[in-house]
Design a protein around this ligand. Structure first.
Ligand SMILES: Nc1ncnc2c1ncn2[C@@H]1O[C@H](COP(=O)(O)OP(=O)(O)O)[C@@H](O)[C@H]1O
Ligand SMILES: [Mg+2]
Length: 571
């Protein structure tokens, strides 16, 4: 059944002694600075010597690839059932939602494609009350599906996964990160349910197995890892560093192959893994290309990895320090070429060895690269946020336009199209007219007091209070203690609340965050993830919703009434 279990593969040679180092095939993580450690070369070597099938994904243009591989068509099995859509939603909202199931079931009734789910959701969202949780859920899903559905329709996917021995690469470079994640997840799912003895390589793991955020790949990785090992399917995780990736899948990896790092914190993280005292920061900083500290089960080896196609003897020499790893480079462009095996190994170098100034310059440049990579990753996440904002704004804008179209066709501003003398005054006029329209026909809640009757006013109030009261009554008993504590303190720090309540009750951090989320959804508290400050916010919420209808005293009465619902029912 499990033909790969216990399979030992040659990883390389121990630095110093030149002894062979073998690795048990298992879930594996490999880290190290891009271009300076040799991760891709190592993975290729392992797969080539295992003689198994592997699937890798190319997610970035220009990403240093494998030497020997076969490109296959991306595989994607479109699902539109509620379990699948729930897991997408979980990934989009970053956290598990407690009440979403019935809404998702409604949206996925009889659906076969995500396009149909999207259409259902647009319908349901239009029908649902704009302030409810259901509407939030639908909006988040709609926004996400609007990104992926057109892309799913644009690309041609294979419905079957035909693998060849060696590395099968799916090129996903033209897809958005969201779709890449769906494709990788779908492939993992297919492998687990239909295949065995297949290795899946997750590249750029910080993007698909990130810390602090869910993705379809991350949610599925746990299942893959758990079920995979017993049928010989393994995950190889490739990442520049340990910092950005989720630790849960890492903990399940028996093999850690850790290469050169430069940045202080990351060096420390590597040392931590290795059991600090044995290795110095300089040991990690100076690892040459192809050299790694490998944690293989219980053993730690300093190893020079033998690339595919390089003769053992040569690898041994590098491990013993007799020759430099750059001497084996000539084998790397064409690993299968037997003729090259006899090539002399001590050909004179064409370039003189770099002197101290050059080395210093190289180091400076490397440090600059690290800084730039950090900045790029910050910019990437900012960009991601902005893109979400834009989608949201577009949704709202479309709503405004459709309301206007329905209501007042005759008031539509005449758009000056062929007027070549269009100047700034015309533009101002246009903006004024537009603003006027928006104010007139899309009255935000802050304008409702202009002409509402008191009955109208009451209905609004009742609706809002009912909603909050319902939510508060639904807060589980042991969560209300937290709510009361926050009410008494008005503001407190996350750590303080956790210390006061949860650590003593033996609750896990997960539960803590679930409780916080629940109280936030009930509109009674506000939690700022960046500062860690938790605030009692019911008063603010009532002010926002009812500030124009009721004065402060009346609102305080509402607040007191709602707060009293936190007390146990028999009081
Ligand atoms: N074990 C090795 N011995 C000699 N050269 C290597 C070795 N591993 C990688 N290299 C060289 O180092 C460069 C970067 O390797 P690569 O595997 O693409 O690194 P990474 O995936 O970590 O960015 C390549 O030019 C490759 O030929
Ligand atoms: Mg690489």
């Amino acid at each position: 059944m499990n033909s790969l279990a216990g399979l030992k593969i040659l990883l390389g040679f121990e630095v110093g002694t030149g002894e062979e180092v073998y690795m048990n095939l298992h879930h594996t993580v490999i880290t190290g600075m891009t271009q300076l450690s040799g991760k891709t070369t190592t993975l290729e070597a392992l797969i080539s010597r295992s003689k198994k099938q592997a699937i890798a994904f190319k997610t970035k243009r220009g990403e240093g690839g494998f030497n020997n591989y076969i490109e296959i068509q991306p595989f994607f099995n479109q699902r539109a059932d509620w379990q699948y859509v729930s897991s997408i939603l979980e990934a989009v909202l970053r956290e598990k939602m407690r009440f979403e199931r019935p809404w998702i079931m409604r949206a996925t009734k009889n659906t076969k494609t995500l396009r149909e789910v999207l259409e259902n959701i647009q319908q349901l969202r239009a029908e649902s009350n704009p302030t409810t949780l259901a509407e939030n859920v639908y909006t988040a899903l709609e926004e996400y599906l609007k990104i992926v559905v057109p892309q799913i329709e644009k690309f041609e996917f294979s419905k079957k996964l035909m693998l060849h021995e060696g590395i099968n690469v799916m090129d996903l470079t033209l897809m958005s990160v969201e779709l890449q994640s769906l494709v990788i997840q779908s492939t993992m799912e297919f492998v687990i349910s239909k295949l065995q003895d297949v290795i899946i390589i997750i590249p750029e793991a910080w993007e698909h197995l990130p810390q602090g955020r869910n993705t379809p790949v991350k949610l599925y990785a746990e299942t893959f890892i758990r079920k995979g090992a017993s049928i010989g399917n393994y995950l190889f995780i490739d990442s520049q560093d340990i910092a950005g990736i989720d630790k849960t899948p890492l903990r399940q990896c028996n093999n850690w192959i850790l290469g050169r790092q430069r940045e202080g914190h990351e060096v420390e993280r590597v040392r931590e893994q290795l059991g600090k005292t044995k290795f110095s920061a300089d040991d990690i900083r100076t690892l040459p290309i192809g050299h790694f500290y490998a944690i293989l089960g219980d053993e730690i080896k300093n190893v020079y990895v033998l690339p595919a196609g390089v003769p053992d003897e040569l690898g041994k020499k590098v491990a013993k320090g007799e020759i430099d790893s750059s001497e084996v480079k000539k084998y790397l462009s064409n690993p299968g070429d037997e003729n090259k095996k006899e090539a002399p190994i001590d050909v004179p170098q064409l370039l003189p060895a770099p002197n101290d100034t050059t080395l210093k310059r190289i180091e400076d440049l490397e440090l600059k690269i690290i800084k730039i990579e950090k900045e790029a990753s910050l910019l990437r996440s900012e960009f991601e946020l902005l893109r979400r904002d834009i989608t949201n704004i577009n949704l709202k804008f479309n709503d405004i336009i459709s309301i206007q179209k329905q209501d007042r066709k005759e008031d539509v501003v005449k758009i000056i199209t062929e007027n070549t003398t269009f100047n700034i005054d015309d533009l101002n006029l246009l903006v004024d007219q537009r603003m006027h329209q928006i104010l007139k026909y899309d009255r935000p809640t802050t304008f409702v007091n202009i002409d509402v009757s008191s009955a109208f006013k009451n209905a609004i109030k009742d609706n809002i209070l009912k909603q909050i009261a319902f939510n508060i009554r639904n807060i589980p008993k042991n969560t209300t203690t937290a709510a009361m504590l926050i009410h008494e303190r008005k503001t407190m720090r996350r750590g303080e609340l956790y210390g006061l309540l949860y650590s003593s009750m033996g609750k896990r951090m997960d539960d803590f965050y679930k409780d916080i989320q629940l109280l936030e959804e009930a509109k009674i508290i506000n939690y700022n993830k960046d500062t860690g400050i938790i605030k009692w916010s019911l008063g603010e919420y009532l002010e926002k919703e009812l500030g124009n209808l009721y004065d402060e005293n009346t609102r305080n009465e509402f607040e007191n009434y709602l707060t009293s619902l936190l007390l146990p029912a028999n009081n």
